[in-house]
Write a protein that binds this ligand. Sequence first.
Ligand SMILES: NC(=O)c1ccc[n+]([C@@H]2O[C@H](COP(=O)([O-])OP(=O)(O)OC[C@H]3O[C@@H](n4cnc5c(N)ncnc54)[C@H](O)[C@@H]3O)[C@@H](O)[C@H]2O)c1
Length: 334
Amino acid sequence: MSEAPHILVTGGAGFIGSHTVDALMAKGFRVSVLDNLSTGYMVNLEQWDNHPRFNFVDADITQDLTAAFAKMVARFGPIERIAHFAAQTAVPISMDDPVGDIQANLAGTARILEYARHNNVAKLFFASSSAVYDDDAPVPVSEESRARPMSPYGIDKLAVEFYLDYYAKLYGLTYTALRFMNVYGPRQDPKSWYSGVISIFLDRAATGQSITIFDDGDQTRDFVYVTDVAQAVVHALLTNAGDNAIINIGTGVEVTINVLTKTILDLAGSASPVRYEPARPGDIRRSVTTMDKAVALLQFNPRVELREGLHATLAWVREEKNQAVARTGSGSAA
Ligand SMILES: NC(=O)c1ccc[n+]([C@@H]2O[C@H](COP(=O)([O-])OP(=O)(O)OC[C@H]3O[C@@H](n4cnc5c(N)ncnc54)[C@H](O)[C@@H]3O)[C@@H](O)[C@H]2O)c1
């Protein structure tokens, strides 16, 4: 058996987690994924199925993880580093069920932190979010801007950042927390109502269904492509870059939803009608990050421009639809 270090990716069957698994496997690490498959899919990991350096454990971070950790250590030995993505990821769900959000995103994360503390884990990466900022934050938003979340989801992400700081000070834990802006790309689930706007719009444009824009469409977001994000995660996880730091990860480019929609319709050659509905509670008006800290600490340089990333994501959406047709003999995605 190879002596490559053993890395745990929680939530590794999900969108960003599975791209991170791909990057770690490509670098020759032994990788365990812990996931309860609530919003993740085994198909995202199918290329690693039966690989001698890959291990999947079906477990839920809201429950006791003793047996799950024992299984992983029995397979590949001590866990050297942890990338922690597993979470309840929908802001509206956190508003409907704050207790459930706390159980997954705060208490579940505390279980991972406790494991790291007691088992000499060299570094922990945490997937935080731009949802820690509110509508009054300056544009562009920097890590120095006041964090005052507008949802239980954002509150729990911010609370975890405080825990990370506390564990670093008291127990010598080394971590990096990356506050992702809007991440998009292949494997983002368009079937979920709570998914990213890009995956939903691409899916609808590809099938000629109507596209719904909440608010007037002049609200802005900073869209960052998933493989760029995975590279930032892997760099922070494997090196001492960004040690004990909290860093925004985006592109620094502010895009309106109207421009995004036009670009998607153009790329897809689609005549999908566009409808406007009132803004949803908790949605912020403008969102774009400064890049200074990500550049200084991680040398972060997102490579994939929006049009190119949309093109690749559209190709994936179409391929998914073709496969669904091949599987079911119908046009509806399974
Ligand atoms: N996608 C974005 O734009 C974005 C932005 C900011 C932050 N984030 C954060 O990045 C991380 C990954 O998000 P994503 O977009 O890949 O979402 P995702 O839903 O695709 O991935 C989450 C993964 O965690 C797993 N999971 C959920 N609850 C679990 C539990 N209780 N126990 C074990 N596994 C569980 C899911 O099955 C899934 O595989 C999350 O922490 C999310 O909050 C994402």
